[in-house]
Design a protein around this ligand. Sequence first.
Ligand code: GDP
Ligand code: CO
Length: 404
Amino acid sequence: MKLDYARYSERFGALTINSVQHVHELDSGNAEYHRSRTVAQISERELYDMYNRLAVVVPVKNERLKLLEGVISGIPHDCLVIVVSNSSRNPVDRYKLERDTLKHHVLLTDRDVILVHQKDPELAHVFEALNYPYILDGMMVRDGKGEGMLIGLLIAKMMGKEYIGFIDSDNYMPGAVNEYVKIYAAGMLISESPYTMVRIAWRYKPKVAQGEIYFAKWGRISEYTNKYLNMLISSHTGFETDVVKTGNAGEHAMSMRLAELLDYSSGFAIEPYELVYMMEEFGGVLESRHAEAMYEGVNVLQIESRNPHLHEEKGSSHIREMLRDSLASIYFSKLCTPSLKKQILKDLRRAGAIRSKDDMQSPLLMPSIKDVDINEFARLIKVRCSTLQYFGSNISTQMEAITT
Ligand code: GDP
Ligand code: CO
């Protein structure tokens, strides 16, 4: 793969946010690693080495099986796939259908796939036993994409993975999925910090309008989210910026060392909140709890995919809700100035996402998983959770080795 180095970057304390980088070749052969001043070349060999260290988490809630299966088929064979399902179990048990689909896929491919259901009652008990109640709602794990991702993160960590990437399960194009994972691996390889995040920027996000496909450059929500994330930066640096282009990137990856440090937001605010959290934590304005990351520096890469992003359209009430939650994660930040708050409220009111300030709710947060006893998590989830299923000969051996 050949891609640009970032043209410029915005520094905010120990946090570096790089401008969007473009892909020039999806496959640049096996020539030795070569760096010109402007273009990075990553050989297929290096990418494959990275895949073995990377887990890809796929959150799924009631998506069409064909889409889920297509997404999985696009993920490179050597990546561990972790599917976290929150699909309904009656009247039709969609989890079971997902399980059978994955099982069949592995029968044909013999790759490593792990599946678990978010609402497995025993999973809630595991979190209780490990003293991590933040993900619970009463006796169960809460609904939410962020919650699913956090479960996937813990499973990736327990399997000893050094990198973790996320891919939504409602993507229509397996080829795009394949590219995202390549980009994750390439981004990790060119980053110089052990604390790295790679976020995918869409080149196009096509929409069907009046019966024709229209290659829109931005999603509706991203426009607002990016604007306010950039304003959050400018309000503290004093310099206007438009560096942030991936505020709502569902497709993103992290080194485990970074992923285990972050606090996460519940539900759909999770992606913008990651940036807000990193600005708060590593921006140098507020006190940081992570001296080592402050010393090494935290690096955010934004890489533009060649493939367009085509996913399931979920309707305008979903969009309004997402917009409100995304901007709430900025609104309630300790870094958000009064004038920024005022503008956010104005935009949300105009978009019909809130009626008044009282509709704004501060996002539910799940603190860093760093102190969760990961060996105990592995042991408990294996013994207790019957929805934890794993397929593939490699992963089975690894799972057997977890002492119960
Ligand atoms: P959008 O693409 O940002 O509009 O959001 P989607 O509705 O497509 O959701 C993103 C991904 O998260 C999809 O793959 C969903 O199936 C999945 N998802 C949504 N809610 C949940 C949830 O509560 N738990 C899990 N595990 N996944 C979810
Ligand atoms: Co989607």
